[in-house]
Design a protein around this ligand. Structure first.
Ligand code: PHE
Length: 433
């Protein structure tokens, strides 16, 4: 459950639709789906296995499990840094959602155009609102981290995750009755390969890691508290399945509304905030209620993921330096809160000019470096660790009972397919093709 809570987050409903919109639809979606199936699932199993066998924070798990060169392998666990970096903008986006919970309960924009103006005004000129809600997100996340995962967040999740799925399903069914739906289907599933430039390719692969929470130790940290004998393969399968299904449903629904109300898919990070409020408005008073519930559920999906982004580093400072949970939570929280302020400034008129390099602002750079580079690299380390470093007998003893005949192809993919695929991504990043 916790792993699903980590995977299903803003990546599915906020990020996936907007990057699909930006990078041109079908071809991008296809690369993402292929990566999830061929690479994501295998890496998920590898990462779960390391946590399950190591039973500690990421750094310590790598260190204890590595038969030799422990000092080197422990750096695999420092991938947790990627989570903290992601959190700098994740918290800002949760802040936007909190703001929308409040505004949606008062009034909704009457058209996509109006919704777009409202969002861009917040993004470009409203420092205070963004700062205020980012700070609230920081307070909630830090509080939950300090309390520990088990006591609060899992219980809340148990109610809100199904709520999110129900609201999404209702909205989705409604979307299928609209004319815009067929356009949304074509946009998402008819690949136009001419749109797949190298950045789109790398972003799609990176997103597969991001949305599944792979490559930075979140899944590993949670797997460390799995009971012995838990079926790792079954857990991994459900996480991957649920995560992918929610992303596809959310994407189709959001694009339907945009097409329906006469707008296009390329809305950038504001997509969910522009597409949905306008659709909710069409539903009348019921729309307000739906909107508020939707954004509340989305905020919770975001918060459960947020906690998992920071927890690996919190755990690390507790395990290795003997810090109290409170001290570790506040220090890590303070870090993403402070850097998050720079993320906000990088979108504002007046300051964004100083925080933009090569067409990407600070926000875009952090997103790109973490999702497209750090997470896939972390996934590669985990695949290599399980495929080459851990004794095969040990890996087999744990995984064979769950995987059966599929053990051989999985092991093969860790040893050969994933390293080759990641090598291609690296070449691509370096501009070789
Ligand atoms: N998977 C989360 C999402 O889709 C983000 C995340 C990435 C969480 C990496 C933890 C680790 O929103």
């Amino acid at each position: 459950m916790a792993a699903a809570g980590s995977a299903v987050g803003l990546g599915n409903i906020w990020k996936f639709p907007y990057i699909t919109g930006e990078y041109g639809g079908g071809a991008f979606v296809l690369v993402y789906l292929i990566t999830v199936a061929l690479v994501g699932f295998s890496v998920m199993l590898a990462e779960m296995l390391i946590g399950y066998l190591g039973r500690k924070d990421g750094v310590t798990s790598f260190e204890t499990l590595a038969p030799t060169r422990k000092g080197l392998w422990k750096f695999g666990g420092f991938q947790g840094m990627a989570g903290l970096l992601i959190m700098t903008f994740y918290s800002v986006v949760i802040g936007w959602i909190l703001n929308y919970i409040v505004t949606a309960s008062i009034s909704l924009p009457s058209s996509v155009h109006e919704a777009e103006v409202t969002f861009t005004t917040m993004l470009h000129s409203d420092f205070f609102t963004q700062f205020f809600y980012h700070t609230i997100a920081f307070v909630i996340v830090t509080y939950v981290l300090h309390k520990g995962i088990k006591s609060g967040i899992e219980k809340v999740n148990l109610i809100l995750m199904p709520a999110l799925i129900i609201i999404l399903s209702v909205m989705f069914v409604y979307a299928t009755t609209l004319d815009g739906f067929s356009k949304a289907l074509t946009f998402m599933f008819a690949p136009d390969w001419s749109k797949l430039n190298s950045e789109a390719f790398v972003t799609a692969v990176g997103h597969a890691f991001f949305t599944l929470s792979l490559g930075m130790g979140a899944i590993m940290t949670y797997a460390a508290s799995m009971e012995k004998g838990t079926n790792i393969v079954k857990s991994a399968f459900w996480v991957v399945f649920l995560d992918t299904a929610i992303a596809i449903v959310a994407g189709l629904m959001l694009f339907t509304f945009l097409y329906q109300y006469g707008s296009g898919p390329d809305k950038g990070p504001g997509l969910v905030f522009i597409s949905l409020p306008a659709a909710f408005y069409e539903m009348g008073v019921l729309g307000n209620i739906f909107a508020v519930f939707f954004f509340i559920a989305l905020a919770f999906a975001g918060l459960t993921s947020a906690v998992s982004l920071v927890e690996p580093m919190v755990q690390y400072f507790i395990d290795r330096f003997g810090w109290s949970r409170l001290k570790a939570s506040i220090s890590m929280g303070g870090f993403f809160w402070l850097v998050g302020i720079v993320v906000i400034l990088s979108g504002l008129d007046g300051t964004k000019e100083y925080l933009t390099w090569g067409g990407k602002n600070f926000f875009d750079w952090i997103d790109y470096i973490t999702a497209a580079i750090m997470l896939p690299f972390g996934g590669l380390i985990m695949a290599v660790f399980v495929g080459y470093i851990l004794p095969k007998t040990e890996v087999q003893a744990t995984m064979q009972p769950f995987l059966g005949w599929a053990f051989a192809p999985w092991y093969f993919s860790l040893r050969y397919i994933i390293p080759v695929a990641m090598f291609v991504v690296m070449l691509n990043l370096m501009g070789v093709f």
